[in-house]
Design a protein around this ligand. Sequence first.
Ligand code: SD4
Length: 336
Amino acid sequence: MNRKNFLKLSSLGFSSLALPSFTKAGQKPIVIATWDSGMAVNAAAWEILAANGRSLDAVEAGALKIEDTIDCCVGLGGYPDRDGIVTLDACIMDEHANCGAVAGLEQIKHPISVARKVMEKTPHIMLVGNGAQQFAVENGFPKVSSTLSPEATAAYKEWLVKSEYKPILNIENKKQNNGPFAPNFFDDGSANHDTMGLLALDMAGNLSGAVTTSGMAFKIHGRVGDSSIIGAGLFVDNEVGAATSSGVGEEVIRICGTHLVVEFMRQGLSPELACKKAIERIVKKDPEKAKSLQVGFLAINKKGVYGAYSIQKGFVFSVKSGHENRVHASKYLVSV
Ligand code: SD4
């Protein structure tokens, strides 16, 4: 079928055939991911979605892709905590509200797949620290060396000079600001935040999401952010939509951020407006503090309409569907 005929069919409401649809009102299948590093992640997820695969497999594949790379912020190549140890947080959720999570996981390369195993093989939702590692090893995930990546070693050494724990806005963009998607942003130094969150809607119309991160760089050992917490860093309700977050996890946890976004969508708000209302909730609690914080929410509804909103300028996200493959800048609430 050529694109013209296909569009004609879609506009006539035939999008429920097992074919990609891209009407203006929404797209299916589709995958969206936080940050411009989401482009590579989306490409991995797309291979599964385009072959009529399940959104759960797609989001896991996307997360695996970034866990494989040396990146400031995800996987074992990520920046360590203040004791020099890389600890990983991840979670995954499917269309049946099945979910699994790990937090504070050390020396395991693929926390997203451990989270999926927790979901599928245990009656629990979240495992942490040594218990999570023990479970991972028992389930065939090899324990790897705890050596920091060269980039993380350099960043940690630099951080040790002052040893200040101070979240810095939009570190992802600082790292990538020579790239093609480089928006202009805060450029004030050391590393602090990160995180890959991705959401997919498959051809069958089912939603899933995954989040993986090494969390805030130089955090207190044992600190868990929003990224492994269902309802904070990720929430999926297959009747309504799905949402994920990036930024200062404490602020997201405080308002049960992604659960809130999905509930706003349930009330009829568009994904973008739902994200905006959740951002407003954070800012309203302490407008002064919010000036130096970054949080971004990214959401998609059941029709494949997506949207995002952040506190500050600088949050970007990647979209891949049959219709588009690009990075978008999020709208934002306050100008510092
Ligand atoms: C955390 N939310 O550990 C993560 C960090 C992050 O962009 O998303 N940074 O709090």
